[in-house]
Design a protein around this ligand. Structure first.
Ligand code: 5FX
Length: 543
């Protein structure tokens, strides 16, 4: 224990539990922590497996470049999750505050009149039965959608170019960003848009259900819409007008990500015996919540190896958004920012290569990695099964040691190493392009499905020339939501702003050192990263 005063027990002395939820792409997860922020209960509902009636694959429905999820499926998942938590023996009465996160950029369209219904839901009935007819658009566009190209072009052009939009909103125009999704709905389904009372992000939609009224959108998740001025921390009226009429009213006033919104709705008090004073702290995006869950500090890199691979960094100074990657408002420090890089081709591509080249076996995949040297004898691969976000390109690109394009690699082992090295080099190259310096004290924290694969993590340590750590729990978004619930409540009770990292002192989750960089391999990856960057620009200019 350090000498830092224990702010948490000073502000929350009584027995308190905190519930964190994560409405992610493939599942809905929950974690409950106690007043020491130690995990007591966990639960999850998988959309494909536990709710097959919605016929999703990987939690989504694809129709060309349009990717959606049935909004009511998320509500039904919540009904199931609450029952699961009850079965774990959790007494909901002990929960002092809840918060949550959602996949970023996805949007929910509440039809006119629902604001009167939300506070009066019948606690004897499931939520999904009562909310089934509450959405003017049944299928929510989600972050995997890439169908709004023309709307992106229009906004960048009208606003004075991609860099200008990035300077204002933290990102150039991205197809999955919510402003363009809304613009598409106005243009293709105007009637449904005009029948919409409120537009939520996945995070603020879930928060609204717990609150029993429309929740505001928080600053961090608002930063993923191409509508929010990240410096002024307010909607930008020019961007709003470019996307849709009366959008400001439909989005509501944005709030700081530590805001405590008020008590949980009567539905949860009556149905699950929550204490009526249990507080709801505004929900945020899954990546910002993950930053909180990992207790990131300036100089650290966090990498989530999941459906999408994401890299995020804490930015302390004035942000300098670039044409690749995103700057969001920091979820735990209203003065700071965070950078995020999102790679759409993550675990699904790793699984495809495993299936094709390693007989569907991770053991064989690891054995193939082990029998090839770092640097792969000069071979480099870039695998974009789906249209990639960073950079925007689709297809498979293989290069030999002379930078010549080749159609295949001769050996399965070369292919497997090319995939892993290519994916990890891309993360380093793009983090550096955002201005990140891999310093001596750089630590890499990994989370997500592939974070227990040692062979992949050794390459990660070598590529970043940094120690790689993992946390006790892989559910960093969920855990971050539970921490944020505790922090938000402490701010409310104390009436002052307590920095999150001070609040978390003494209670950071345990980190385990998994891999250390190997000097020779790290040197080799320095030059390989420069080669990777050049090859990537060459395919982008020739596409
Ligand atoms: C971030 O910008 C993304 O689009 C993804 O990481 C989603 O948040 C995944 F849920």
């Amino acid at each position: 224990m350090s000498d830092v005063p224990d702010i948490l027990s000073e502000t929350i002395p009584r027995k308190s539990y905190f519930l964190g939820l994560d409405f992610s792409t493939q599942q809905l997860k929950a974690v409950v922590v106690d007043e020491k922020l130690e995990v007591l209960h966990e639960a999850a509902v998988n959309f494909d497996r536990n709710l097959p009636e919605y016929r999703t694959s990987g939690g989504v429905k694809k129709n060309g470049s349009t990717v959606t999820a049935p909004t009511v499926m998320w509500v039904k998942a919540l009904d199931l999750l609450m029952d699961q938590l009850k079965i774990t023996g959790l007494d909901f009465q002990d929960i002092s505050a809840i918060s949550g996160s959602g996949q970023q950029h996805g949007s929910v369209y509440w039809r006119k009149g629902v604001q009167n219904l939300l506070p009066t839901l019948d606690p004897t009935k499931f939520l999904f039965l009562q909310l089934a007819n509450c959405f003017s658009i049944q299928d929510s566009p989600v972050w995997m959608d890439s169908s709004t190209h023309s709307y992106c072009e229009t906004m960048e052009k009208k606003l004075g170019g991609p860099q200008r939009l990035a300077d204002l909103t933290g990102s150039r125009a991205y197809e999955r960003f919510t402003g363009h999704q809304i613009a598409k709905i106005v243009s293709e389904k105007a009637e449904l848009y005009f029948n919409t009372e409120r537009i939520s992000l996945v995070s603020s939609f879930a928060c609204s259900v717990f609150l029993g009224c429309y929740s505001p959108i928080d600053w961090s998740d608002a930063s993923g819409m191409n509508l929010f001025d990240i410096t002024l921390k307010d909607w930008d009226s020019q961007c709003l007008h470019m996307c849709a009429p009366d959008l400001k009213e439909k989005l509501g006033e944005p709030v700081a990500t530590h805001t405590c919104l008020g008590p949980i709705s009567n539905y949860f008090v009556e149905r699950y015996s929550f204490d009526p004073s249990c507080q709801v702290v505004v929900f945020t995006g899954d990546n910002p919540a993950s930053l909180a869950g990992m207790c990131l500090e300036p100089g650290d890199v966090a990498i989530s190896l999941g459906t999408s691979d994401t890299v995020f960094l804490w930015l302390s100074g004035k942000p300098t958004p670039s044409l690749e990657g995103h700057v969001f408002c920091n979820p735990v420090d209203p003065e700071a920012y965070m950078a995020l890089l999102c790679f759409k081709n993550g675990s699904l591509t790793r699984e495809r290569i495993r299936d094709v080249f390693a007989h569907r076996s991770w053991d064989e995949f690891d054995a193939l990695l082990a029998c090839t040297p770092p640097g792969n004898h000069g071979h480099i691969g870039m695998y974009y099964d789906e249209q990639e976000i960073t950079p925007k390109i689709q297809g498979t690109f293989r290069f030999n040691a002379f930078d010549q394009k080749v159609n295949t690699f001769e050996e399965a082992a070369t292919e497997v190493r090319a995939l892993v090295e290519g994916q990890l080099l891309a993360k380093r190259v793009h983090a550096e392009q955002l201005g990140f310096n891999i310093g001596e004290s750089c630590r890499v924290f990994v989370t997500g499905g592939a974070s227990n694969n040692r062979s992949i993590l050794q390459i990660l340590a070598d590529v970043f020339n940094a120690d790689v750590f993992t946390q006790d729990t892989a559910n960093s978004s969920c855990l971050g939501s539970a921490y944020r619930a505790a922090h938000g409540l402490a701010l409310k009770e104390s009436g002052t702003f307590i920095p999150f990292n001070e609040f978390m002192a003494n209670r950071r989750p345990n980190f385990t050192l998994l891999c250390r960089p190997r000097v020779e391999a790290a040197k080799l990856y320095d030059s390989m990263a420069a080669r990777y960057a050049t090859l990537e620009s060459s395919i982008l200019t020739h596409q």
